[in-house]
Write a protein that binds this ligand. Sequence first.
Ligand code: SF4
Length: 487
Amino acid sequence: MGFAIDEAVSRLKNEVAGYEVPVVDLIAAQTRDPFKVLVATILSARTRDEVTAAAARRLFKRAATPDELARLGADELEKIIYPVGFFRNKAKYLANLPGVLAGKFGGRVPDTIEELVQLPGVGRKTANLVVAVAFGKPAICVDTHVHRIMNIWGYVRTKTPLETEKALRNKLPEKYWIEINSILVAFGQGTCTPRRPGCDACVISDLCPQLGVTPRKTASTRMAAATSDTLFLVSWNVNGLRAALKKGFFDTFHELDADIFALQETKALPDQLPDTVINIPGYRSYWYPARKKGYSGTAVFSRHEPLQVVYGLDSEEFDSEGRVITLEFDDFYLINAYFPNAQPGLKRLDYKLRFNRAMLACMERLAKKKSVILCGDLNVAHRPIDLANPGANEKNPGYSPGERAWMDEVVDAAGYYDTFRLFNQEPGHYSWWSYRFNARAKNIGWRIDYFLVDPASRDRIRAAAIHDDIPGSDHCPVSLTFSRGPA
Ligand code: SF4
């Protein structure tokens, strides 16, 4: 017997009514403007919805029409749309878009697939989505979720999205063509996820043959962690994630088995990384690369879905370097940060101190609402006990008076806990060693990676550690065990 498509679509429509609306549909519903739908669709490829939505908001403030878009160059567009996936290519497409619309289509967005695919950055999937969502005309947009889920159902047996589109044109009742993409994108993001779909809570589990699927286990570590009374958080400057992958990153990741794993200095765009690291089973991942290739960048893996994720400090000056990701959970904020290096000769000290001030202001604002955890590479050793050679480094980056004064301000004046020092007052515990002079073997190091916790949350701090036996980077991971729920 074939798959019961009518029953499935009917149930899923009800189911996803309570889910977040995919960003392109949301923009269509809010604006009814084919130009904005087209631009949002171009931005949305290989990009999370929340990132697309924020980039679209910034862009439409500056350019709500093709004429306004024509006044922005590719360089400026890059800055506006960053950090959407492939932002450089997309900025070029958008810069060329007004000219092609004017030259070929009288300045209007065309409404057929054949015409739309002539626009820069518009493939068949984008064209189908624009035709269906912006113009309400029958078209089947087959993105990765539609292709995947239709094959799980056995409704089609295809190898590529294009084959799926062709098969659905012959098979799927036309009344579902326009809406099927929105339904399955929402369902694919919320329940039938690519890794470990939630079959145990799925409203069509009785209809679905689950072809090629490994459902999540209800008694998995994820669930077990959810019932324990503490969270285990790890922070690690990996000094280049692609390099760390070759040096046992996955072994460390699984061995530490953290609820939240925060990385700094990833030095990679998500599209330069294998799917095995973007989608680690049991975790959601959030990425904030720098605009400059191979530089800076932060990421967070979390077993628990945050209420929201904020990228950056809302500052043009700092946010092109991908240094800060904030995850908000029910009862705490986690700020994962890669602080700037003051640089030899303290050339970048002023920049770093401005960043530090912006960070403390952010921490203080959030701490008024709930617990705040700041983790990451702060690029500063606080006290003489925190580095092997304090005397020789008094004026050097990472231990200069200005940098230490900021740590005094955070720890002594504002009252944040340097969690490691609550449990260990001994010298010789470091988190970074130069690659030169055999420094790690001789333990000539610096403690510059921290978990800081706001003053009101002292009772939630259960343990803190430095994992200095773990190789794979010039930094080692540091960790915090933090209780759930208010103290
Ligand atoms: S039963 Fe599982 S595989 Fe099938 S649609 Fe539901 S979540 Fe997806």
